[in-house]
Design a protein around this ligand. Sequence first.
Ligand code: S3P
Length: 190
Amino acid sequence: MQSAPNLVLVGPMGSGKSSIGRRLAERFGLAFTDADREIEARTGASVATIFDCEGEAGFRARERAMLAELLAGESTVVATGGGAVLDPDTRRLLRRRGFVVHLHVGVAQQLERLARDRTRPLLAGEDRAAVLQRLAETREPLYAETADLRFDTDTLSSAETAAALGHLLDAQWRHVASNEGSPASHQAST
Ligand code: S3P
């Protein structure tokens, strides 16, 4: 069993990082943050607007800083954006500060789940299937490199995924409580 202070979800758009993250946080009694929603709340601008004004590079810098802040503490579940793993410093940070779960989803399922979505700037063009395929090819190795555990969400609802993943995490991940090593817990264990 691995110890890590936080639980981090990575994976492509439509893999269910936010809804599954929220459910897992509830199961483990931890706080939950969606990094993209937090960036939007802090800047007062949508992810699409940040892409428009600052380009993808500007968004990635904000994403890296946001994740560093969220993961500086302990006892939190964080859903990252699908492209967070592109940045090598972000990959190192996620690995250092979290038990990282890669939620996998195939392109056909992504197209279904995201059919009505108009908020994601990378899907604003015509050929969504081609874009998602290309992203998958470049990013799959990065998800694999970053993650401690891979879980396929293709055939499951978010509730089913969270339940199954919760069981696996019970066995594979030990949350590092923030008071571990404090004098009180040291006394209690001796
Ligand atoms: C992105 C995924 C989005 C968001 C932004 C860029 C990507 O997050 O961060 O639109 O590069 O794949 P979700 O994975 O939550 O959709």
